[in-house]
Design a protein. Structure first.
Length: 72
């Protein structure tokens, strides 16, 4: 399943790249992208583990940029 999410307060392209790299390393993620220009994140993962993957992705985002939030 592929889902897109809006990001709030993503401040720089470098942070977006770090988030993307971290999310791609999460077990169960098939593909991921984080765009600074559009302030959006795309995650592709299996339906059975998607909620867990999204929770872990939010933790990765918080480590890189604590003020950035994901709109579910």
């Amino acid at each position: 399943m592929k889902k897109k999410f809006k990001l709030i307060d993503l401040d720089c392209a470098n942070c977006a790249a770090k988030m993307e790299d971290a999310i791609k390393k999460i077990d169960g993620v098939t593909d991921a992208s984080v765009s600074f220009m559009t302030q959006k994140m795309m995650i592709e993962a299996d339906d059975a583990v998607f909620d867990r993957v999204l929770d872990e992705a939010e933790k990765c985002i918080a480590r890189v940029e604590p003020d950035c939030k994901v709109v579910r």
